[in-house]
Design a protein around this ligand. Structure first.
Ligand SMILES: *Cc1c(COP(=O)(O)O)cnc(C)c1O
Length: 401
C-alpha cells in the first residue's frame, strides 16, 4: 500500500473512461434471466440484450435438470479433470456434444474463453500459421497470442483477402495452416461463409476452426450450428463454443473435433489442466438442453419466427438495420451520443437493450443491438416495437409519416 501513484493513475484512467462515455456500468437485475426481467428498482423490463436465444436460461426445465444433477453429483469437484474431477455426467455431456456437432470427441472447459485460450498453443508452433478473421472474438485473439505460430489476419468475412493470406502463408513455407473464424459475428449478426472457407481450405491444404458461441443450438435446420447452416457438417476440423448462451446460459465451454486433437488438448491444454472442473449441475442441465433441442426444433423455430417478425417490423417503422437472418439485429443509429440517448430512453420506456459505439464497433457505426429469444411473445415484441417507434420519433431518428 506504499505506491499511492499506482492508485491515483488508475483513478485518472477510470475518470477518463467516464468523461469519454466509455465506462461500462453494470445493470443489476433482481430477478432470473428471461424475456422479462425485474430491475433493482422493481421495474419490469422487456429484455432484448441477452444471449438467451432459446429462452432456456431462466427456464424451469433447465433448472430442474440442474437440480437433479446437483442432487446426484453434488455441488462441485474441488479438482481438475485429470486428478479426481471427472464424473460420468461430464463424459456423457462430451459424448452428447460430439453427436450433436457431428464430431468424434469433445473436451469441456469452464468457459468458451478458456476453450479458445487453450486450443492453439498445444496444437501449433512457430512452423505453423493461424489465419484469423479480423473480427474474431477476444478469446481467439488471446489464444493466438499464447501460441508461437505465425499470425495472418484477413478482413472480416472477406474471402479474397483470406485467399491472399493463405497464399502468403504458403509462400512462407508454413507447415500447417488453420483458418479461424467466429461462425457468427456477434456485433453484426454476420454469418461466416463457411462453404467458401471450406473450399479454400481444401484448395490450400488448410485446417478450419469455428467458434460457435452465437450459433450452437439454433443455427441450421436442426440447430447444430453454422456448419449445418452452411452445409459443411463434418468438414470443419475444430469447433469451439459455449454453454453460456443458447445452450442453457449458465457457463461452460467446449472444443470438439477429431479424437487426436481432443486427446492432445486433454494432455496439454493449460486452462483444462490447471482449472477446476465444470460444475456437475451445469453438465447435467446441458445434457437435458441438448436432449430437448434434439427432440424438437420448436424453440429454434420460434426464435427464427420472432427474428423474422422483428426484422420486418423494425424496418417498416423506418429504422435501418444490418440485413440478415440472425437473431442479433443491429439497429443502426450511426452516432454514438444518439445511440446512448436512445438506449437510455428505451430503458425509461421499459425495454432493456445495449448501445454500442466506437471502439467496440467502427467509428460512425454506433447502434443498439437487439437480440431475439424464443421466449419473447408476440405481445412483448409489439411493445418493444412501439417503444422503438416512440423513442425514434422523439429523437428525430425516424420521421412522422
Ligand atoms: C461469448 C463468446 C465467447 C465466450 O464465451 P464464455 O463461455 O462466456 O467464455 C467466446 N467466443 C465468442 C464468439 C463469444 O461470443
Amino acid at each position: 500500500m506504499s505506491d499511492q501513484a499506482f492508485y491515483s493513475t488508475l483513478q485518472q484512467k477510470l475518470d477518463t473512461l467516464r468523461t469519454e462515455g466509455l465506462f461500462k456500468p453494470e445493470r443489476v437485475l433482481a430477478s432470473r434471466q428471461g424475456a422479462e426481467v425485474i430491475a433493482q428498482d422493481g421495474r419490469t423490463l422487456i429484455n432484448m440484450c441477452a444471449n438467451n436465444y432459446l429462452g432456456l436460461s431462466g427456464d424451469p426445465e433447465t433448472q430442474k435438470a440442474a437440480a437433479a444433477a446437483l442432487e446426484k453429483y453434488g455441488y462441485g469437484l474441488s479438482s481438475v479433470r485429470f486428478i479426481c474431477g471427472t464424473q460420468t455426467v461430464h463424459k456423457e455431456l462430451e459424448q452428447k456434444l460430439s453427436e450433436f456437432l457431428g464430431t468424434e470427441d469433445t473436451i469441456l472447459y469452464a468457459a468458451a474463453f478458456d476453450a479458445n485460450g487453450g486450443v492453439f498453443e498445444p496444437l501449433f508452433d512457430e512452423n505453423d500459421a493461424i489465419i484469423s478473421d479480423a473480427l474474431n472474438h477476444a478469446s481467439i485473439i488471446d489464444g493466438v497470442r499464447l501460441c508461437k505460430a505465425a499470425r495472418y489476419r484477413y478482413a472480416n468475412n472477406d474471402m479474397a483477402d483470406l485467399e491472399q493470406q493463405l497464399q502468403a502463408a504458403t509462400e512462407a513455407g508454413k507447415r500447417h495452416k488453420i483458418i479461424v473464424t467466429d461462425g457468427v459475428f456477434s456485433m453484426d449478426g454476420t454469418i461466416a461463409q463457411l462453404d467458401r472457407i471450406v473450399e479454400l481450405a481444401e484448395q490450400y491444404g488448410a485446417l478450419t476452426m469455428i467458434d460457435e458461441s452465437h450459433a450452437s443450438g439454433f443455427m441450421g435446420k436442426t440447430g447444430r450450428g453454422t456448419h449445418e447452416h452452411c452445409g459443411v457438417i463434418g468438414k470443419i476440423d475444430i469447433i469451439t463454443g459455449t454453454l453460456g448462451k443458447a445452450l442453457g446460459g449458465a457457463m461452460g465451454g467446449f472444443t470438439s473435433g477429431r479424437k487426436e486433437v481432443i486427446e492432445t488438448l486433454r494432455q496439454k491444454s493449460r486452462p483444462y489442466l490447471f482449472s477446476n472442473t465444470l460444475a456437475p449441475m451445469i453438465a447435467g442441465a446441458s445434457l437435458a438442453v441438448l436432449d430437448r433441442i434434439s427432440k424438437s426444433t420448436e424453440l429454434r423455430d420460434r426464435l427464427h419466427e420472432n427474428t423474422a417478425y422483428f426484422r420486418k417490423e423494425i424496418e417498416r417503422i423506418g429504422f435501418t438495420i444490418k440485413p440478415g437472418t440472425h437473431p442479433v439485429v443491429p439497429v443502426m443509429l450511426f452516432d454514438a451520443p444518439v445511440a446512448q440517448k436512445f438506449a437510455a430512453r428505451m430503458f425509461e420506456l421499459g425495454v432493456l437493450l445495449s448501445g454500442f459505439f466506437y471502439p467496440v464497433v467502427p467509428m460512425g457505426q454506433a447502434r443498439v443491438r437487439v437480440q431475439l429469444s424464443a421466449a419473447h411473445t408476440r405481445e412483448q415484441l409489439d411493445k418493444v416495437l412501439a417503444a422503438f417507434e416512440q423513442a425514434g420519433r422523439e429523437l428525430g431518428i425516424i420521421k412522422n409519416n
